[in-house]
Design a protein around this ligand. Structure first.
Ligand SMILES: Nc1ncnc2c1ncn2[C@@H]1O[C@H](COP(=O)(O)OP(=O)(O)O)[C@@H](O)[C@H]1O
Ligand SMILES: [Mg+2]
Length: 881
């Protein structure tokens, strides 16, 4: 536990077998940290494999001037930021002050970072047993892990890999760290040879010892510690055989410690069983218990041993011990180590419902305040188990609170169940206002589950119910929720009407939170009719969100501003997304980071910056917890990039995108996928296939007032020969092209910086020079899929001379260099003068002179040295040795 030194002295007596490689790896990581390049090492393996032993030994011997040690507890519901409390106890100072005064988690996290930055360095941070970590600790680990690569510090965390099932939140944390800075060291079981050596030393049968222990070091040590005679057949038997030697007061002491997970303070043991040094000594003599933390605490030698003893207690007896421990802890509730989580654990285990109902909601508050929402939820679940006798209103309030924690931990189905339970209870006691607020929440959570019809119904019911009572914040929020739903499905008239009602009411009530929410919805919807006015509204929402410190609203402001711009191909979207992504990343708001990254992929696809688009999309799709709502735009951007690049994975990606998009039922997600699929069909000459895709969304696009989407669908329908009449209300570049003004359309696309759109306008309707320009553009940006498809279509149409476009090999280099020019550039980057390049390639020097000036022009280099640097940076040439 917290005190490394004192527990290490106990370990040192035992030689650590077969851990040389692991120690070397750890030392290497610490060396790198000492040079300012820190990282995170996970030491993993089953319980008893020797994680703690390795880490303790390393901390004691590695020479790191500062070791910050914290451990996660095996409570039913761990204390939020438990390991950080351990560390702060050691560091004292500002970190401790912030933690004990309940400061914001941003402040606490920042202070912990400052601890790592402080001299002397390198600092070694050990976080033990993170499979038990609370959610706030996991957030903190992610926060540190993302920053440690720039610091002279090493994080070493241990966990039981067999507890990390596929949806364990730790997986997401590890997945969200920069991969190059993360190491995993999986500890192996001891070999038969090592076990045999230990057995012979202790005079036991090596084969039997290996058979029972299977090389697990803890099992080995327990078996060796069992009384002489027959080898126990399980670890539990071994532990209990050792413990069986204890009787009377020693047995009491052992049982008392066994119900206390983690460690048991000496004062606690004395309060529970009386101060009896002889009893304690008897326990220590068996080796089942150990002292720790400079003798201030008593611990089992291993959590597995504690569990073996605890589980051997008859239930009645266990309950009695828990009650005594609970009472003792409560008398010392001022002690730093007496956390609310510990109190709830023992109260619940003692079946003390009154105490649980008094303490668990408070523990939930504390957990939620630092962002440990899963633990808040667990405490509320504990409370609800004892809530049967509470008045209906108190029960309803508990259900509401748990439903909120379900919402923030994205467990919407469970949240809906709780809201329904709460609503029924509020109705029972006649509190229609609270029931109305539940309806609004039911709407929100139904939307998240893709249950659009339920979402609509609940939203309407909430407005109807709350509208019967005096004006309230709940009503304003119900209006804004209605606006939000309308906005998401591009019902802009509805969104603006509802949103304006929300705004007016929020202003009368002086409620900034609702105001910001509603302004965002209205601005997003309004942008479809009047782009400038909508953007202005969104900007105001964003400013208010920043001023009010509403983090989620700031992220949402950037998101919707960027999306509105991207939907209209406005180049400014890039700036907004870059800023929004950086802002969310700094605060670890991953959901927003991912959503905006997916949309930036789409924007980069529009710019024909395919490599960057693919990189953004892959980042989202490779993230372990990216939601459907982020994966959908990422997949459609990736699929559309593949279509234009001519990558044959396009259809598979768009199939997956379609499935997800259809689940949302929202045109804003379905239309891009259908368009991508239509373009793919059209490029392969399958006009009927293209029309089938477009027909799925054309009517819908006429029902929604989104001029760019309507225009894009109409234009592709026209290209595929399926547009009966040109619709009203289509965006400018589309309108120009639909009306046959290809010059105007091409110019508009140039203004919006959409090269492929421009090329298509030029190629499909333009004259001979326009056609040539189109092919130049397409080969320059690497749109080989479009190039190829277009050439086939033009041939089939019986067009005359079709430009060849550049050669296929230009794909790898967006600058559009030919193979020959690439050769020249590679040699140039090696420092060869033109004459030497000429003789290498068998060309005249004049030709090489020409190539060199063409190359410099194409890659935008002013000098040969610059060209060489660019070539290396783009991977065209290797660096000069
Ligand atoms: N490499 C090793 N060689 C010999 N004994 C070991 C080794 N690693 C661990 N042990 C023994 O196993 C026990 C349990 O190890 P521990 O480090 O607590 O496991 P974990 O933390 O992985 O659950 C230790 O107390 C020690 O007696
Ligand atoms: Mg351990």
């Amino acid at each position: 536990m917290p005190d490394v030194m004192s527990s290490v002295s106990a370990v040192r007596q035992v030689p650590l077998l077969e851990r040389g490689t692991v120690m070397t790896e750890l030392a290497g990581a610490l060396d790198s940290a000492a040079r300012g390049v820190g990282g995170t090492v996970f030491v993993t393996g089953e319980a008893g494999i020797g994680k703690t032993s390795v880490v303790e030994r390393f901390s004691a011997e590695c020479g790191a001037p500062r070791v910050l040690w914290g451990a996660c507890e095996a409570l039913f519901t761990p204390r939020p930021l438990g390991p950080l409390h351990d560390i702060a106890r050691r560091t004292g100072g500002r970190l401790l002050e912030l933690l004990t005064t309940g400061a914001s988690r941003e402040a606490v996290f920042a202070a912990s970072l400052a601890e790592l930055e402080r001299a002397p360095s390198p600092a070694l941070v050990v976080i033990e047993d993170v499979h038990w970590a609370d959610e706030a600790t996991l957030d903190w680990l992610k926060f540190l892990g993302r920053r440690v690569p720039r610091l002279a510090a090493l994080i070493v965390a241990t966990y039981r890999d067999d507890e990390i099932v596929s949806d364990h939140p730790l997986r997401a944390v590890i997945g969200a760290l920069p991969p190059a800075t993360v190491r995993r060291l999986a500890l192996a079981r001891l070999t038969p040879g090592a076990v045999a050596a230990l057995a012979r030393e202790a005079g036991r049968d090596p084969a039997e010892l290996y058979r029972v222990s299977a090389g697990n070091p803890f099992f080995v040590s327990e078996l060796l510690g069992a009384p002489p005679g027959e080898v126990p057949q399980s670890v539990r038997d071994a532990v209990l055989a050792r413990a069986a030697k204890l009787g009377g007061p020693a047995r009491d002491a052992l049982e008392a410690v066994a119900v206390v997970p983690g460690f048991c303070e000496r004062w606690l043991l004395a309060d529970v069983v009386g101060d009896d040094p002889a009893a304690l000594d008897a326990c220590l003599a068996t080796g089942v218990l150990q002292v720790q933390d400079r003798d201030r605490a008593i611990v089992f030698r291993h959590e597995l041993a504690r569990l073996a003893v605890e589980q051997s207690l008859p239930p009645d007896k266990a309950r009695r011990w828990h009650r005594t421990v609970f009472e003792a802890l409560e008398r010392r509730a001022g002690e730093r180590s007496v956390s609310a989580s510990r109190l709830v654990h023992h109260a619940a285990s003692a079946d003390d419902g009154v105490a649980v109902l008094r303490l668990a909601p408070r523990a939930a508050d504390q957990a939620a305040a630092v962002g440990a929402h899963r633990q808040a939820l667990a405490h509320l679940t504990t409370a609800l188990q004892f809530a049967g006798g509470l008045p209906a209103a108190d029960r309803a309030a508990l259900y509401d609170r748990r439903a909120y924690e379900c919402y923030v931990t994205e467990q919407h189905a469970a949240g809906i169940t709780d809201r329904l339970a709460a609503m029924a209870l509020w109705r029972e006691v006649g509190d229609e206002r609270r029931a109305g607020d539940d309806l609004r929440w039911l709407s929100r959570m139904s939307w998240f589950l893709g249950r659009r019809a339920d979402a609509e119904r609940y939203a309407d019911d909430a407005v109807a119910l709350l509208g019967r009572f005096p004006e309230s914040r709940e009503l304003a929020m119900a209006y804004s929720n209605r606006a939000h739903l309308a906005m998401l499905s591009w019902d802009d008239a509805g969104a603006i009407a509802w949103g304006n009602r929300a705004i007016a009411l929020a202003e009368r009530l002086g409620d900034a939170d609702v105001l910001v929410h509603a302004l965002n919805n209205v601005g997003t919807a309004m942008a479809q009719r009047d782009y400038r006015a909508g953007v202005a509204r969104l900007r105001r929402s964003l400013e208010l969100a920043v001023a009010g410190g509403f983090q989620e609203h700031v992220a949402r402001g950037h998101t919707n501003l960027g999306c509105v711009m991207a939907e209209r191909c406005e180049p400014e979207a890039a700036t907004v997304f870059d800023a929004g992504i950086a802002w969310s990343e700094d605060r670890d708001l991953d959901a927003w980071t991912l959503y905006m990254t997916a949309w930036r992929a789409r924007h980069r696809w529009q710019r024909a910056d395919f490599a960057a688009a693919v990189a953004d999309a892959e980042r989202v799709l490779g993230h372990p917890t990216a939601s459907l709502i982020s994966r959908t735009p990422a997949l459609s951007a990736l699929g559309r990039a593949y279509v234009r690049m001519g990558d044959d994975r396009a259809l598979a990606v768009l199939d997956e995108a379609l499935e997800l998009a259809l689940a949302t039922t929202e045109l804003q997600r379905i239309a891009p996928v259908r368009l991508g699929r239509a373009e793919l069909a059209w490029l392969s000459g399958d006009d009927a296939g293209a029309r089938r895709e477009l027909d799925e969304v054309y009517t819908l696009s006429l029902e929604h007032r989104h001029d760019f989407t309507r225009g894009e669908i109409a234009l592709w329908l026209q290209r595929a020969g399926g547009l009966a009449a040109i619709p009203d209300g289509v965006g400018e570049p589309f309108a120009l092209e639909l009306a046959g003004d290809w010059r105007g359309a091409a110019a508009a696309w140039q203004r919006l910086d959409c090269p492929v759109e421009r090329a298509l306008a030029l190629a499909l309707a333009g004259d001979e020079p326009a056609l040539r320009e189109a092919f130049d553009i397409l080969s320059r940006v690497g749109a080989l899929g479009v190039l190829k498809g277009l050439r086939h279509r033009l041939k089939a149409r019986g067009a005359g001379a079709i430009p060849r476009g550049s050669r296929r090999s230009t794909r790898a280099n967006p600058a559009g260099l030919t193979n020959r020019q690439l050769d020249v550039l590679r040699l140039l980057a090696q420092g060869l003068p033109n004459a030497a390049i000429a003789s290498r390639l068998g060309l005249s020097q004049r030709t090489v002179d020409h190539h060199v000036s063409a190359v410099l022009g194409k890659i935008g280099a002013a000098t040969r040295a610059e060209a060489a640097a660019i070539a290396v940076a783009r991977g065209i040439a290797v660096p000069r040795s």
